[in-house]
Ligand binder design. Structure first.
Ligand SMILES: [Zn+2]
Ligand SMILES: [Zn+2]
Length: 401
């Protein structure tokens, strides 16, 4: 299909348009409108309003036989003040496409356009149903846009045989791709622990019950869960991000509070940590005559790439990027991603594509930085590789019989 080419110019323009007007989770109205107007003009059956701003495009090749393949892009920006100084810098104070979701959206739009051109041409024998999924609110906790799309019927109305998503990754050179079958990204939970004692005068500790004692023991004890309760070859971590106790030096506080980030690469590790945090907090508090109350807020699950789909995209990625530029056994990440919810319902694979060292920015402090940094920018040089990956993946599924 070599005479069909990605419209890289249009992809760059969509990306810059979306970048200038970043919209936070569930507020992606202009982005959503741009996407649905494009899909509609290319002949897709378009569904809008799923999970508030989500957009789904469906295109049937042949007469309904063949596999149904979903491709997902995220659309939301971050509450961050952009400092790149680029010509397409955010025009909205305090909001920024600091994770490259503008790029993911533009890549999927570019692939969708090209696939519609192949669909409209006479000289193909493709069979299958393409479902392009533009998801809101990846950055929003508490289930994110992916879970909400599923709750509102995404896979009931558009049952898929396999689904795929990509994310850019600063630090991996442009033109390289990496992922891993099995657990690839960690679950991420938030835990709030409140320890209650009995407040009193700092000079009369025997008349009070000091909750800072179990708090101190718990800070140390929590790390023993990782080192003593987990299989050393598995991955779990606990970070204490916030601690609060008391107001001033001469009062024994009544209440202490801490907040934890708990991550795990295996679902059973996640369960072990969850159970042991409860037990440890409650029993330590009790041993100091205090009481602990644990609030466990479940976040994104472990992201697990399925074996068969990982093998397929590995083969396709090697044909796009070159075998030497694809790592199919990359190190897992301790970050999390709400595409994990979609992978709980449909087998599929999530891959990373290199964004380079972010040397592409024209800002004052241009240089290597990660996503979620005010100097970050998605690298437009990734567009071709990302678009080709989606194109070749669909070609593989729709032409293999
Ligand atoms: Zn992000
Ligand atoms: Zn992201």
């Amino acid at each position: 299909m070599s005479f069909f080419e990605l419209d890289l110019q249009a992809m760059m323009e969509w990306r810059h348009t979306i970048h200038r007007n970043p919209e936070l989770g569930f507020e992606e109205r202009d982005t959503s409108r741009l996407i649905s107007e494009c899909l509609d003009s290319w002949g897709y059956e378009v569904t809008t309003g799923i999970a508030v701003t989500g957009v789904i495009g469906r295109l049937v090749f042949g007469s309904g036989e063949g596999p149904t393949i979903g491709l997902r892009a995220d659309m939301d920006a971050l509450p961050l003040k952009e400092e790149t100084g680029l010509p397409w810098q955010s025009q909205v104070m305090g909001k920024m496409h600091g994770c490259g979701h503008d790029g993911h959206t533009a890549i999927l739009l570019g692939a969708a356009k090209l696939l519609s051109e192949i669909h409209a041409s006479d000289n193909h024998l493709w069979k299958g149903t393409l479902v392009v999924i533009f998801q809101p609110a990846e950055e929003v906790g508490g289930g994110g846009g992916a879970q909400r799309m599923i709750d509102e019927g995404l896979f009931d109305d558009f049952p898929c045989d396999a689904i795929f998503a990509l994310h850019n990754f600063p630090g991996i050179p442009v033109g390289q791709c990496e992922f891993k079958r099995g657990p690839f990204m960690c679950s991420s939970d938030k835990v709030i622990i409140r320890i209650t004692g009995k407040g009193g005068h700092a000079g009369l500790p025997h008349l009070a019950v000091d909750p800072t004692q179990p708090l101190g023991a718990l800070i140390l004890g929590l790390q023993s869960l990782v080192s003593r309760n987990l299989n050393p070859l598995h991955t779990g971590l606990i970070s204490i991000g916030r601690i609060r106790a008391g107001e001033t030096y001469n009062i024994i506080p009544e209440l202490c509070e801490m907040e934890l980030s708990v991550r795990a690469l295996q679902p059973d590790v996640r369960e072990t940590l969850r159970n042991r945090i409860h037990t440890l907090a409650e029993q330590i508090a009790l041993s100091y005559n205090c009481q602990a109350h644990v609030v466990y807020e479940t976040g994104y699950p472990v992201l697990i790439n399925s074996d068969k789909e990982a093998a397929v995209i590995g083969e396709v990625a090697q044909s796009v990027f070159g075998a030497e530029n694809v790592d199919i056994d990359a190190s897992p990440l301790t970050g999390s991603e709400d595409f994990a919810y979609m992978l709980q319902h449909v087998p599929g694979c999530y891959v990373l594509i290199g964004n380079g060292d972010n040397g592409y920015t024209g800002g004052e402090r241009a240089g290597p930085c990660s996503v979620h940094n005010p100097h970050y920018d998605f690298n437009d040089e990734c567009m071709n590789g990302g678009g080709q990956l989606w194109l070749k993946l669909i070609e593989h599924y729709f032409t293999r019989n």
